[in-house]
Design a protein. Structure first.
Length: 107
């Protein structure tokens, strides 16, 4: 399943369910089929993502506290870290905060 994130402040983006659920968990949202991060909730969501990204570098497991798959040596070399998975949502949240627009998602 795919999650589509939308905001009137930035282009939509689509994310695999496993990664979307991970990011929604970090920002304190239930991974329901539809949801919203209101303008009032955006600063907290940004802070939560940035805190998770800061913690990412301190983990010895491929520098990713939120690794969702098992790793072998070859796979770890190509692992996509949280900082890469979170970038689209973090950009959308910051653009939405600037323009006072909500962020929504749907499956």
């Amino acid at each position: 399943m795919l999650y589509r994130f939308k905001s009137r402040a930035s282009p939509d983006f689509v994310m695999l369910e496993v990664h979307a659920r991970q990011l929604l968990d970090i920002v304190g949202k239930s991974p329901a089929p539809q949801g919203i991060i209101t303008v009032e909730q955006i600063p907290g969501a940004i802070a939560a993502l940035e805190a998770a990204l800061t913690r990412e570098g301190s983990n010895s497991h491929n520098n990713d506290d939120y690794a969702v798959e098992g790793h072998t040596s070859d796979a770890e070399k190509q692992h996509v870290g949280l900082h890469q998975r979170a970038a689209p949502l973090l950009h959308m949240l910051k653009d939405s905060q600037t323009d006072n627009k909500d962020v929504t998602w749907s499956t």
